[in-house]
Design a protein around this ligand. Sequence first.
Ligand SMILES: C=CC1=C(C)c2cc3[nH]c(cc4nc(cc5[nH]c(cc1n2)c(C)c5CCC(=O)O)C(CCC(=O)O)=C4C)c(C)c3C=C
Ligand SMILES: [Fe+2]
Ligand SMILES: [Fe+2]
Length: 324
Amino acid sequence: MSFAVLLLAHGTPNVLGEMAEYLGKVTGGRALPDEVVKELQHRYAQIGLGETPGAEPPPLTKWTVAQGRLLQERLGGTRVYVAMRNWHPYIADVIAQMRTDGVTRIKAICLAPQNSRTSVGLYRRAVMEAAGGLEVDFVAGWAEEPSLIRAFAEKLLPVWTEASAELGRRIPVLFTAHSVPCRTIMTGEASIAGARPGTPMQMTPDPYPVEAKRTAELVADRLAGAGLSDGDWYFAFQSQGVSGGPWIGPTVEESLKAIRDEGHGGVVIQPVGFVCDHVEVLYDIDIAFREIARELGLKLWRAESLNDSPVLTDALVAIAFQRA
Ligand SMILES: C=CC1=C(C)c2cc3[nH]c(cc4nc(cc5[nH]c(cc1n2)c(C)c5CCC(=O)O)C(CCC(=O)O)=C4C)c(C)c3C=C
Ligand SMILES: [Fe+2]
Ligand SMILES: [Fe+2]
């Protein structure tokens, strides 16, 4: 009986010409309008994607592969595989390889710490469809894992201290996680990517918004000793999508305005829903939100992403050996 860890990530195109096909995977086959494809190509171009493959892979791929390698180094004899839901290497292909390699027991961990039907639920389905006959222990969420909290706090503390010193007062922290369509956090029928229309969903509320805010709260608690108090932090859902009706808020845009209206001159953003750099960090925060903040008269700092943080590896080691 051979045991292996499978890390699951979103996936990203390698070149701009792959964008339409990639978006088809993300939306479960629903074509997005040309303007949307072009806008996303524009955003990915801003973070380094070109018409031909670059010298190194896109940030999401680079960091996900590094996270897998670091975990494997730490686990010694246990093999770690990395698979993507929306691009190569696809989950089905990687699980087929695991089978060939003699793996019979899989611990599957999503590199998205907070459980949601719209992300983790779709990873789970892809794994279960490919893993017939294999034993799978699927980790649905690790939003409160102590080493994850420590990893985020370790990245937040230096930038918050520096920003507060520069402005001469404690400045607010705006924690963020990816938004989801309002309909996906309510009970009712499945209407998200990859779900068959008419399929009844489980009738419990999606845990995602609560888990995302809980991660933020625990990170903020860890900075209490450094002077961050309850009134110093905010939470927003970022990167509302282009389709599917309203998405949950508050948005980053309206939160920045509220922070400015309270008389602050700056803000530190920390996205606690992501564990590495990708377009929603490097474009949405570093380019789009920074420009909005500038127009509002706010200076914006961002906590570094976890990327190759050894403390993130600690978290993954802990989860890999947690019992189901
Ligand atoms: C908890 C939910 C989600 C997380 C986390 C998430 C991370 C994430 N997303 C992208 C890139 C794209 N996502 C897109 C659409 C989209 N994303 C979510 C949810 C999460 N994404 C939903 C529900 C949807 C809508 C899907 C649909 O059927 O329409 C898209 C498409 C364009 C858009 O709608 O914005 C992209 C691109 C990355 C890179 C990422 C983190 C690694
Ligand atoms: Fe997404
Ligand atoms: Fe997104």
